[in-house]
Design a protein around this ligand. Structure first.
Ligand code: DGJ
Length: 579
């Protein structure tokens, strides 16, 4: 009405004013980012969220499940406008549907309370233009254990924002989890970021998931003397370590006693399932094992549990503050224990590793799941450790190339993984002839079928290599044997197999021979038909009938499929039995 009176001053009649107002409303709807209705935007149904289907946890984006066929950019790619500009097209060309990109605290809050989100806007606009979804990493208090991404005003004020200390009282370049001011400052900045993302993105929803911090945990990079930085030894940390285990943690242990991670259960039970006492009274003294052959043993466990509690409390507070503004799903990632760095302090002590998963769950309910960064050879072992108590598998960092291509098929099939993302995906060496590109195109092509079958027990993964060239699995009426291609042995091969009917299977793979062996040994099995094809808008389109040399029909080896080493493909097989 006030606007109408103003227009009358310019000599417009009522119908002209009405038309002008309608036009203004329409134009503002097109050009500007829709202002968010706070009520509907905080409704978790309206924004990306996690949902269960059977045993799987799926990321729901715009009302539909979404598989993150992804890659993580190098740490500094998004540190400058011009540098990041060409990256988005490059990522779309590599057939990613999403990118994991970084936002750093030092760049968004150069002065206390003064925020600059121009780089964030550029990341979102660039990804959106190429129809890519984004997972944003909040590089703030910690990155790979260290505190290198915090703003200068935090770095230099070490009295207000204190550092952790090792056993020799040497301050480390790592914020202490016992600095309340650090936690509050980080949480305030993260809340401002989430508020901004909500303002500019809650309608188009380019940002779908958030990683809070990066590979946290106490780490002495020098690490020459095992044990120096296994926990924080600053005064408040020493006092807390010698105080009572927090009641929230005890309550969690009691409530989840039967489902605790076995090693945690063991240390608690060895000490008589105490429900009160100091950390060492409840969990025992940390054990020191430095022999490499014991690398999977949980050395220094009590001190690691203590650090996990304190990191998780801090990170959980940061995440909760951000979720309060815009509740996107949030996760943390871990630098793993490895054969050459297997004691806490040599890998970040207190980080979200499987052995401390219960502690993270108890201390940080705002974190939706924990994720492994898997660079090591024991890939399968890590996936199993991370999923055995219902934690969904999202792999935000791993190896790419041929190894990544094989493993991507495997994890989406075997673990109903929600994300696979090789690190440094914008690296020049991945620019041309990257085997991952074709596998990603195929995964995107069949993603609706994968999503439909997640968590229902009808989908499995295949991963064979020169060390373990054969794998056997069961699906429906068959034992299925997968063998590294007998024709031209690749070093590694991966596949994904879905049972689509009682005698029908859809298999995606490369460099593999697949044999079907009936469980009922009185029957013989043969191929009815094999087609190679693609999916278009979720519908299977056979492209050619395979027979003869292109299958294992009527061969001495068995009955089944051949996947050449030169091309990743999808084949549908139907079988019949005879006597
Ligand atoms: C793990 C870290 O999380 C990444 O940010 C990156 O630094 C890689 N390591 C480098 O390999």
């Amino acid at each position: 009405m006030i606007k109408a009176i103003k227009f009358m001053k310019y000599g417009l009649n009522l119908s002209q004013i009405f038309l002008t107002l309608i036009l203004m409303i329409m134009i503002s709807g097109c050009d500007q980012i829709q202002p968010s209705n706070p009520k509907s935007q905080t409704d978790s149904q309206q924004i990306p969220h996690l949902e269960k289907q059977g045993t799987a946890t799926r990321l729901i984006v715009e009302g539909k499940p979404f598989l993150l066929i992804s890659g993580e950019l190098h740490n500094s790619t998004c540190g400058g406008f011009e540098f990041m500009r060409p990256v988005w097209k490059q990522m779309a060309r590599k057939n990613l549907n999403s990118v994991i990109a970084t936002v750093s605290w030092e760049l968004v809050e150069p002065e206390p309370g003064k925020f600059d989100f121009a780089l964030v806007d550029s990341i979102i606009a660039g990804a959106r233009k190429e129809d890519l979804k984004l997972v944003l990493i909040w590089f703030a208090s910690w990155k790979n254990g260290g505190s290198i991404y915090m703003p200068s005003w935090v770095k230099k004020d070490y009295e207000k924002y204190p550092r952790a200390k090792d056993e020799n009282r040497k301050p480390l370049e790592i914020l202490s989890t016992f600095g309340d001011a650090s936690c509050n400052a980080d949480a305030e900045a993260f809340a401002a970021l989430m508020r901004h993302i909500k303002e500019i993105d809650s309608v188009k929803q380019t940002v779908v998931l958030i990683q809070v911090e990066n590979e946290v945990g106490l780490l002495d990079n020098m690490g020459k003397t095992p044990g120096n930085a296994r926990r924080d030894f600053c005064d408040p940390a020493n006092a807390a370590y010698n105080s009572q285990v927090p009641m929230e943690l005890i309550d969690y242990l009691v409530k989840h006693k039967e489902n605790l991670f076995p090693e945690l259960y063991k240390v608690w039970s060895t000490n008589g399932f105490k429900t009160a006492g100091t950390w060492e009274e409840v969990f025992g003294k940390s054990e020191i094992k430095t022999d490499r052959k014991d690398w999977q043993f949980y050395s220094y466990y009590t001190e690691e549990l203590f650090m996990a509690w304190n990191y998780a409390r801090y990170v959980g507070k940061v995440a909760a503050k951000g979720k309060n503004e815009y509740p996107l799903p949030m996760y943390v990632n871990a630098w793993l224990k490895q054969p050459f760095s297997y004691w806490p302090g040599r890998y970040p002590s207190g980080g979200p590793l499987p052995q401390v998963m219960d502690i993270w769950r108890a201390a940080a309910p705002s974190i939706d799941f924990i994720s492994p960064d898997i660079y090591m050879d024991e890939f399968n072992w890590v996936c199993k450790e991370y999923t055995r108590s219902g934690n969904p598998l999202f792999i935000p960092e791993t190896r790419g190339g041929a190894v990544g291509a094989a493993r991507a098929l495997y994890v989406f099939g075997e673990f109903a993984a929600g994300c696979f993302a090789p690190f440094g995906i914008d690296n020049d060496r991945f620019r041309i002839n990257d085997p991952l590109d074709a596998t990603y195109a195929l995964l995107q092509n069949m993603s609706s079928l994968i999503l439909e079958n997640q968590g229902k027990g009808k989908m499995k993964g295949i991963l064979v290599d020169s060390v373990l060239p054969e794998q056997e699995l069961e699906l429906g009426d068959y034992r299925i044997k997968a063998v590294l291609s007998v024709q031209r042995k690749p070093l590694i091969a991966g596949g994904l197999i879905i049972q689509t009917g009682s005698q029908e299977y859809l298999v995606a793979g490369k460099g593999l021979d697949i044999f079907f062996i009936p469980k009922d040994t009185s029957m013989r099995v043969a191929i009815d038909a094999v087609d190679e094809g693609i999916f278009k808008e979720g519908v299977w389109l056979p492209e050619r009938r395979l027979n003869g040399d292109e299958t294992h029909a009527s061969t001495w080896d068995g009955t089944g499929l051949r996947f050449s080493d030169s091309k990743v493909a999808i084949q549908k097989i139907s079988l019949y039995g005879f006597k």
